[in-house]
Design a protein around this ligand. Structure first.
Ligand code: FAD
Length: 447
């Protein structure tokens, strides 16, 4: 016997409440649309300690590719933005030059709405400063980076951004969700979208499973914003089997070493850095909380285990993160398992970054003999439903009225913090949908 299904109705139904989904919900609810958003995670409200962070991660953080690459997958209202480092990088020029997607207007709009800027001098911690000075002395263009952080609310020597900002200084997508809720958004938590409901090639809504069982949410427009790893399985279950191909995740690792004074742990992570765009390497200061540090060493096997005592130095360690642009050679499967081989090129970039980091840290005062390189982890899953292949320029899938709006849509290997691009793309899609709806009404009126 089939389980009974509840029925709900809206103008727009969205899967996933990360930066993509939350922006869509905010922009469309502002236009008076009735929006229902299904979020697979909960709305955790305790921040600042590693166990709280683990409760916001899928499978308590234990998400590995078939090849063993660790890809962190936050699953909570607001998506990965709740635990992101708050680094903002504008979309690369090739998005406009090659794909005709000009986000200038949307990025300007966003920078007016959210105070995105580098931290003022007074908020740049001593470790970030030391690293920056050392890198600049080596001739690197290492400078403060734009942050999604309100400096006036940011607590000195706190450094907890990636464990969930305890003061609300860091923007998260929950701010957009809250605004959307005030505009009438219905947010269904712990509700996982299973598939898109279709009729004659057209989206009719979604089928989801929530705390009280299955629900069919009927809507004229469906937006899939379940993230780089969440959206492809929904599409595969809806008949688009090529979704999930081309998965990138921008692998990263850390080089750290003890000094005699306060370490990177207390600073805002990614305060300053350099983008070696040609090489596809981004390097920034970033401290390691002890649990993350020990996990990254434990997962590295015997070499990492030998370095485990270094974790005790975490408060007095300078630390640099090296994030690289990987290839589109991964895959997300329907059961959410995934494959992500790290190829020669990726290792070349990781190693080049690590060698530079060792140089910078040594010059900044760290003892070269005590430097530690961690294992690899990744946190930018995307590229799995790319514009130009499975999506048109407006991010519509082959199912009419079913759109994707999250990191899945990024059409090429990436290597940059993607949140500004995703939010700007979502604003662009919301405008497109509003114009299309208005045109439809006008056409009806004329007829
Ligand atoms: C530790 C860390 C640090 C980072 N630092 C930065 C940074 O400094 N700057 C930056 O720009 N980016 C950073 N990122 C990456 C950035 O946070 C993500 O790229 C961004 O949040 C992606 O947005 P999204 O809309 O694609 O979806 P996500 O943020 O991935 O959200 C997707 C949401 O969908 C939900 N979901 C999944 N499946 C389903 C389903 N079937 N039904 C319903 N809901 C579902 C998930 O629970 C999740 O909440 C960081 C990421 C991590 C993990």
């Amino acid at each position: 016997m089939t389980e009974p299904r509840r029925l709900m109705q809206a103008d727009v139904v969205i899967a996933g409440s990360g930066p993509g989904g939350a922006t869509m919900a905010r922009e469309l609810s502002r236009k008076g649309k009735k929006v229902i958003l299904c979020e697979a995670g909960k709305y955790q409200e305790r921040f600042g300690y590693s166990p709280f962070l683990l409760s916001m991660l899928d499978n308590f953080g234990l998400t590995f590719s078939k090849e063993g690459t660790w890809v962190m997958r936050p699953k909570t209202a607001g998506g990965a933005s709740v635990v992101f480092c708050g680094t903002a990088v504008k979309p690369p020029a090739w998005l406009k030059d090659k794909y005709g997607i000009d986000l200038t207007e949307e990025v300007d709009e966003l920078y007016e709405e959210v105070p995105i800027q580098p931290l003022p001098d007074s908020r740049i911690g001593p470790a970030a400063r030391k690293i920056m000075q050392s890198a600049q002395d080596m001739g690197l263009d290492w400078n403060p980076i734009d942050k999604w952080i309100r400096a006036d609310k940011c607590k000195q020597d706190c450094g907890l951004c990636a464990l969930g900002c305890p003061t609300g200084a860091k923007w998260t997508a929950r701010e957009f969700l809250e605004e959307a809720k005030r505009n009438g958004l219905e947010l269904l938590l712990q509700t996982k979208v299973d598939r898109v409901l279709t009729e004659n090639g057209k989206a009719m809504g979604v089928r989801a499973k929530g705390p009280s069982g299955w629900v069919d949410i009927l809507a004229e427009t469906v937006i899939l914003s379940a993230g780089g790893q969440g959206t492809p399985p929904i599409l595969q279950r809806s008949g688009i089997h090529d979704a999930g191909q081309g998965f990138f995740c921008d692998p990263l690792w850390f080089v750290a070493g003890p000094i005699e004074s306060q370490g990177s742990y207390f600073d805002v992570p990614m305060t300053a850095g350099v983008n070696l765009f040609e090489d596809g390497i981004m390097m920034t200061d970033q401290g390691l909380p002890p649990m993350m540090y020990s996990s990254l060493l434990t997962l590295d096997g015997p070499k990492g285990w030998a370095s485990l005592p270094r974790v005790l130095d975490y408060k007095k360690s300078l630390s640099i993160m090296i994030k690289v642009r990987d290839g589109l050679d991964g895959r997300i499967n329907q059961d959410e398992s995934f494959s992500k081989p790290l190829d020669y090129d990726t290792w070349w970039k990781l190693n080049k970054g690590a060698a530079l980091a060792e140089e910078i840290l040594t010059k900044a005062g760290a003892d070269r003999d005590k430097l530690v390189t961690t294992t690899v982890v990744a946190s930018h899953p995307g590229g799995t439903v790319r514009i130009g292949e499975l999506l048109d320029k407006d991010c519509q899938t082959e199912i009419q009225n079913c759109y994707c709006m999250d990191t899945t849509v990024i059409p090429e290997a990436w290597g940059l913090p993607p949140t500004v691009t995703v939010v700007a793309m979502a604003k662009r899609l919301a405008k497109h949908l509003t114009i299309a709806a208005e045109a439809k009404v006008a056409a009806k009126g004329a007829a």
